[in-house]
Structure formats: structure tokens, C-alpha cells
Write a protein that binds this ligand. Structure first.
Ligand code: ISE
Length: 324
């Protein structure tokens, strides 16, 4: 499989290394606006370094393209790859703005084929998968609580936090319940330009609530989910970590970055993608999931600014996207 990677930051270089370790995968190009970053990845995995991401995305004859560049570049890169019929693994968010996401969905709809797998990789995380399997046995889901703690140094605004981080939890809410979100209320502290904490309350179509509690500068990186359902509830299993006993104390190191926490999920996600390249169409989280999540993100943002709940009009899922 001839694969190119656009974006040589943390995520792009992680994907490049795990893909290069798979049998039958050849990394043919790595693009980044910083040539040195692209070259550093090429030095580790092979291929050619470039600063022209769009040209790399539009390379004829690729089996797959990984898009791990900043989100405002995604739309152009996705269309460049789609124009060549190239399969795509695109990091979340799909794109910024509902219209951009809609144009990507429209491009797949007019092809009549899914080419894109979206990086909403919680669905590959063993702890999430176990939780989903148990929740599915407990009847109607009434409530889902997602807690997402980051340990970021930088200060992000509400738009970036919703698009880059909370988008994962929005997908978890939809995936776990199989329901769409009909109304969103979001509050932040201390203010939308510099968020420390964000609380998003989602009301599902057909009943039930979900919450996302997000913290930007927490003590560690931590993602957990709890579900309450008709017959009981499920709490996500704690990640297995050793308890270290030393100097009269016991401690568990939780860690501060998502690569370590979700390493297995990222690898499973990439393995599924490579496997799917031998089949007729992309599987896993889709461009449609990206569009729906972006609608919730934008509604959430509107709510942050208006202080009011924001309703989302119902959408009919096109048949191309009905099987997940
Ligand atoms: C980061 O970009 C990720 O994708 C992580 O999964 C997420 O938990 C984190 O909040 C984001 O900043």
C-alpha cells in the first residue's frame, strides 16, 4: 500500500511510524509546511519530504492519504485526494464549519462511495469498546457522562476546544446511545476566549441526556465515560497502570498526553484503515459523523455566546452512511 502523510506534527509522525511498521505499507511522501519536520519523519519512515501538501494529497496512484495537518487545511486536502479516488484517513475534526463538512459529504455522495475514515478513534479504545458492549445490554440509555481532562500548556478558546477536543466526546455520546443530539447548552469558565472548564449538556432526540465535562489544565490527561440505563449503569474500566510503592507512599502515574492513553486505539484505527484499503469503501467513523459532530460543535459555540440552549434541526442520514 502506497501511503502519503500530510502533517508531520505529533499526530502525523505517530501515524507515520505505526503505518510504516505494518507489513506491505510503504510511506511514499510526507508533507508539512515546515520542511525540516517532514524530513525528520521521512528520515524515520522513508519516502520524500515536501512542503506542498496539496500536491502530495493529489498525487495520482496513492492507495491512501493520512491527513494530520491543522483542521483548516482539511477540506482542500480531502477534495484533492477525492479527485484522485484516493482513500483517506483524516484526523478530526473533519473540517471547520458546517458548510465545509457538508461539501465533503456531498463529494462522497456524488461518488456514491465512502473514501474517508475519520479519526474519531475512541471507538477503537478497548475501555470504550467494553463500556459500549456492557451498556448495550442495559436497555434504554438515560444518561451519559463524559469527563475529558487535558493537560495543555496553551490557552485555547471555546471554538478550538469544541472542535479539537470535545468533538471526540460528542461522537462518544452519539455512538454509545445511537441517538442524535437535538439540543445543546454549553457554558465555559472563565470566558470563551480563554477556557479553563467547559460543560456541554446534550439533549438526545427521543429522550435522555449527555454531559461533557471538559478541563483544559487538569492534573493529568484523563478521559472517562459513565452510562446510566434502564437496567443499571456502566463505568469505564480504569486504565491498567502499576501502583508504585516507594519512600513510604503508593502512587499511580496517570500521564499527561493522549498518545500514551490512546496508543492502542490509534494503532487499531490505522490497522482497520489499512485493512479496508483492500475493500470497496471506507469503514469506521465517517465524513457524515464529522458533519453531524460539527453541527453540534457550532450549536455548542452559539450557546456559549448566547447563554441559551440551541436546538438542532433533525437530519436524515443518507443511506451511504447508515451502516457504521
Ligand atoms: C487532542 O487533539 C486529541 O485528539 C485528544 O484525543 C483529545 O483528548 C485532546 O483533548 C485533544 O487536544
Amino acid at each position: 500500500m502506497r501511503v502519503a502523510i500530510v502533517g508531520a506534527g505529533g499526530m502525523g509522525s505517530f501515524h507515520a511510524r505505526s503505518l510504516a511498521a505494518m507489513p506491505d505499507v510503504e510511506i511514499v511522501a510526507v508533507a508539512d509546511i515546515r520542511l525540516a519536520a517532514a524530513q525528520a519523519v521521512v528520515d524515520a519512515v522513508g519516502g520524500t519530504a515536501s512542503t506542498d501538501s496539496v500536491a502530495v494529497a493529489a498525487t495520482p496512484g496513492l492507495d491512501g492519504l493520512v491527513i494530520a495537518s491543522p483542521e483548516d487545511t482539511h477540506e482542500e486536502l480531502v477534495h484533492a485526494a477525492i479527485s484522485q479516488g484516493t482513500r483517506i484517513m483524516c484526523e478530526k475534526p473533519l473540517a471547520v464549519g458546517v458548510e465545509s463538512c457538508q461539501r465533503i459529504v456531498d463529494a462522497e455522495l456524488s461518488l456514491g462511495r465512502r473514501l474517508l475514515q475519520l479519526g474519531l478513534m475512541r471507538v477503537f479504545d478497548p475501555a470504550h469498546v467494553q463500556l459500549a458492549a456492557e451498556a448495550a445490554k442495559l436497555g434504554d440509555i438515560h444518561f451519559v457522562r463524559c469527563v475529558h481532562r487535558n493537560r495543555h500548556e496553551q490557552r485555547r478558546n471555546a471554538k478550538l476546544i469544541l472542535n479539537q477536543s470535545v468533538v471526540h466526546d460528542i461522537h462518544s455520546l452519539r455512538w454509545l446511545t445511537g441517538r442524535e443530539i437535538g439540543r445543546v447548552t454549553t457554558v465555559v469558565t472563565p470566558n470563551p476566549d480563554r477556557v479553563e472548564h467547559l460543560l456541554l449538556v446534550a439533549e438526545f432526540e427521543g429522550g435522555g441526556y449527555g454531559t461533557v465535562e471538559f478541563s483544559e489544565h487538569a492534573f493529568a490527561y484523563e478521559v472517562t465515560v459513565e452510562v446510566d440505563a434502564e437496567l443499571g449503569g456502566v463505568k469505564m474500566a480504569p486504565v491498567m497502570r502499576p501502583t508504585v510503592r516507594r519512600d513510604g507512599g503508593e502512587s499511580v502515574h496517570i500521564g499527561t498526553d493522549w498518545f500514551a492513553r490512546f496508543e492502542e486505539a490509534y494503532r487499531a484505527e490505522a490497522a482497520l484503515w489499512i485493512d479496508s484499503l483492500g475493500g470497496p469503501a471506507a469503514i469506521g467513523p465517517s465524513a457524515w459523523d464529522g458533519l453531524v459532530a460539527e453541527r453540534v460543535v457550532q450549536a455548542g459555540l452559539q450557546s456559549v455566546h448566547s447563554g441559551q440552549p440551541v436546538g438542532l434541526s433533525g437530519l436524515e442520514t443518507p443511506s451511504l452512511y447508515r451502516v457504521r
